[in-house]
Ligand binder design. Structure first.
Ligand SMILES: Nc1nc2c(ncn2[C@@H]2O[C@H](COP(=O)(O)OP(=O)(O)OP(=O)(O)O)[C@@H](O)[C@H]2O)c(=O)[nH]1
Ligand SMILES: [Zn+2]
Length: 309
């Protein structure tokens, strides 16, 4: 019967059938051998699978088949730079939870996430949390970022998970969709998920001490059914999404505001760094492309190791 992976703990998976039955499932050995060697996990949260309940054991099942993925999001594996770890599969959209205070999310981090999501054709909603502690400086910065990212085509929101401010708007955006929720540790992802899923009571951690860095409390991705319909995938406090699947020459395709200029560069293999006649750099000079976004582009470009392809 068909089921969906709701949680993966390495060798065991929690799956839910279309009828809402929950099983603990294992992979049949043969699939492990067939797995894509560049990925460290053969099955990820959100994957559609075929399962066979085990005889004499009502709660256990065997995964016998893995359905084709509509899309997936990866990060580089902690087990080696060349390996990738599939964070989640078959997602409709992603929310990146950010904050401008305690601890501030860097624009570089946001842009890295946006590139990864764009490469997998996953739309992103940027949610800035902790509105309740923003002063004038943060509110001004938010207004700048809102203008920048909405101009590129992303949805941007300002909320307070703590004061449940803006949560209805978030709920409306998640309804009937499968949404990946991500954000670095301490941004308030667990707090937001608790608002969206009353009764779940995810552990939240006070941001530790003077460093303002959050403690890492979530350990593996997990999917939840939302009360109004739709599903939410909670991912571990991802510090860094690896741009593992993108060749240098393609990176600019995922900076969506650069796309209209790409065909105007003098060289068709232009990387938009030192080349003469570069339409992207011209657009940056003319103020048509945001200079911080261009800096993110150049920074990410440097981290791409072509040997990986
Ligand atoms: N002022 C304020 N604090 C918040 C808000 N949301 C969360 N926090 C606080 O921020 C800290 C981190 O919140 P969590 O919800 O644990 O953050 P997380 O992103 O899930 O962090 P990890 O579990 O480490 O991944 C806690 O002290 C929360 O109380 C908010 O809207 N405003
Ligand atoms: Zn160029």
């Amino acid at each position: 019967m068909q089921a969906t992976i709701y949680k993966s703990t390495g060798s065991w998976y929690v799956v839910k059938t279309n009828d809402g039955e929950i099983y603990q499932a294992r992979m049949k050995g043969i699939f492990k051998k067939n797995e894509d060697i560049t990925s460290t996990n053969p099955v990820a949260v959100g994957d559609l699978v075929e399962i066979e309940p085990e005889e004499g054991d009502a709660a256990n099942a065997m995964i016998t088949e893995i359905g084709e993925r509509r899309n997936y999001i990866v990060r580089s594996s902690p087990h080696g730079r060349l390996k990738k770890h599939i964070v989640a599969a078959n997602v409709d959209q992603a929310v990146l939870i950010c904050t401008l205070k305690e601890p501030k999310t860097s624009q570089g981090f946001i842009d890295r996430f946006l590139v990864t999501a764009a490469a997998y054709h996953v739309p992103v909603i940027l949610i800035f949390n902790k509105k309740d502690i923003y002063r004038e400086k943060e509110l001004e910065r938010f207004a700048e970022l809102e203008e920048l990212y909405t101009g590129i085509g992303y949805q941007v929101m300002l909320i307070s998970a703590k004061e449940e401010d803006g949560i209805d708007e978030v709920r409306a955006l998640l309804k009937d969709k499968t949404t990946l929720a991500s954000g670095h540790s301490g941004v308030g992802k667990s707090s937001l998920i608790n608002d969206l899923l009353p009764g779940l009571d995810l552990r939240t951690t006070a941001v530790s001490g003077w460093s303002g860095k959050g403690l890492h409390t979530t350990t593996s991705a997990e999917m939840y059914d939302l009360p109004d319909g739709g599903r939410l995938i909670d991912t571990p406090g991802v510090r860094e999404f690896g741009i593992v699947d993108i060749p240098k020459a393609e990176l600019s395709h995922y900076f969506l505001e650069m796309v209209p200029y790409l065909s105007e560069c003098q060289f068709n293999n232009c990387l938009h760094i030192n080349e003469p006649g570069c339409a992207v750099k011209q657009a940056v000079n003319d103020g048509e492309i945001n200079v911080d976004r261009y800096v993110s582009y150049a920074t990410i470009l440097e981290t791409i190791n072509e040997k990986e392809y």
